[in-house]
Design a protein around this ligand. Structure first.
Ligand SMILES: *Cc1c(COP(=O)(O)O)cnc(C)c1O
Length: 414
């Protein structure tokens, strides 16, 4: 296996899901978003853990993502959060993937596909746009569309949902915006009920609202990012502690690489494309076999980003290339070839920054950092099982598994 890999701490995932469950009432169902390859963490493995933890739904963004889960033998309910292409409707129906619908064309297509597949009660959820400005019907159209679902004869309204635009902000005007969205959602649900129809499961909370707005949980919540151990922007660890509703989230992904070369650079020698950095004095430079082709984004080069080697931070130098990047070891670091470098992740596994920290430094969000880790990076799934830890740890020289570090002397080159 190559020296760059993403360790996926499945125990942290189940820990986070247990933590989320503390925030919701027993009667509230839990849907975990596993779209975009579980935010980069590996959809099938993460979905299996979520199912073991007793979630009611898994949420995907594409029919193919749903199929991947079905092909892996996952029989849990799957909610499709984005609209699919008309050519995918039949596949969605054949694999019992529950779509969001919000117009008569889409309702008719799903009804037709369900009828041809011989289904008699095919569940769809009605999406209402209460202010996200993406998909969904307008609140005043909800009752009439609920009627169209019911009149189709084959579809049932398994749920009604909306999505918040600024629930991850604690600014008063943003909080009022979320309140107004919820009020419009409640009205739409009221209109459906007044028409003598059932809205099914009512759900609106993403991660931020799940943690910050317990009064909006209704019948189901749909968190994603917090399951993977990141906080949702301003709904931070500190904010939640101050509020008296603390949550302990643990990063699920640790991205690590291996020092593949170290060399002394004389003063004046430049590093990499564009010659953006030149050694001001004699400096030792390490090469890591990880670059933007792995999702270690090129624009991280412009920020003050360091990586951890044996618990100490070393700054990136020069531009991140497609397959490699360079790190400043200073003068006498003691870092050796084949040492492990931890780019971000869980502190107990040697990281000095979480995906949240890295996101803050580089002007993005943790969602983008983990979901951009490409398929070229092997995911190594870890559970509490010690033997598993050992077998994966063998090629590494520093303690990334949280186990006893091997004696460095015993690892000197033969
Ligand atoms: C992605 C998504 C979620 C989960 O969002 P997080 O911020 O990761 O919790 C919930 N609902 C919808 C509609 C989504 O697209």
């Amino acid at each position: 296996m190559r020296g760059t890999r993403a360790l996926i701490h499945l125990d942290n995932l189940s820990h986070n899901i247990r933590e989320i469950k503390r925030f919701i009432a027993d009667r509230t169902a839990l849907c975990i978003a596993v779209k975009a390859n579980a935010y980069g963490h590996g959809a099938v493995e993460c979905a299996k853990v979520a199912v073991e933890c007793g979630v009611s739904f898994l949420a995907v963004a594409t029919v193919e993502e749903g199929l991947e889960l079905r092909n892996a033998g996952i029989t849990a309910k799957i909610l499709l959060l984005s609209l699919c292409h008309p050519t995918e409707v039949e596949t969605a129906v054949l694999h019992d993937i529950t779509p969001l619908v919000f117009d008569t064309e889409y309702i008719a297509r799903f009804a037709e596909a369900a009828r041809s597949a011989g289904k008699i009660h095919y569940s769809v959820h009605l999406a209402v746009d209460t202010g996200m400005g993406r998909i969904g019907c307008l609140p005043h159209e909800a009752a009439q569309l609920a009627r169209a679902i019911s009149d189709s004869g084959v579809l049932v309204q398994g749920g009604t949902c909306t999505h918040f635009a600024v629930s991850d902000s604690i600014q008063p005007n943003d909080r009022s915006y979320t309140d107004a969205q919820f009020a419009r959602f409640t009205e739409a649900i009221g209109a459906i009920e007044d028409a003598g129809l059932s809205p099914g499961l009512r759900h609106c909370c993403n991660s931020a609202a799940t943690l910050d707005r317990p009064e909006f949980h209704l019948d189901m919540v749909r968190p994603g990012i917090i399951a993977y151990g990141s906080y949702a922007d301003e709904i931070s660890k500190e904010y939640l502690s101050r509020k008296g509703t603390p949550i302990d989230l643990k990063p699920v992904m640790t991205l690590c690489s291996t020092v593949s070369a170290t060399r002394m650079f004389e003063s004046g020698k430049s590093v990499g494309y564009g010659r953006t950095w030149t050694a001001p004095a004699t400096t030792e430079i390490a090469v890591l076999p990880v670059g933007y082709g792995d999702g270690w984004l090129r624009r991280f080069s412009e920020s003050d980003v360091s990586v951890a080697i044996d618990g100490k931070p070393y700054p990136l130098r020069g531009r991140i290339c497609m397959d490699q990047c360079m790190v400043d070891l200073g003068k006498a670091s003691g870092v050796r070839r084949w040492d492990t470098a931890v780019l971000f992740g869980d502190r107990t596994h040697g990281a000095l920054q979480t995906a949240d920290d890295l996101a803050r430094k580089t002007g993005t969000i943790s969602y983008e950092i983990t979901s951009c880790i490409t398929s070229r990076v092997p995911r190594v799934y870890l559970r509490q099982d010690v033997r598993q830890h050992r077998s994966f740890e063998a090629p590494f020289h520093s303690g990334i598994s949280g186990l006893q570090q091997p004696d460095r002397k015993s690892l000197s080159p033969r």
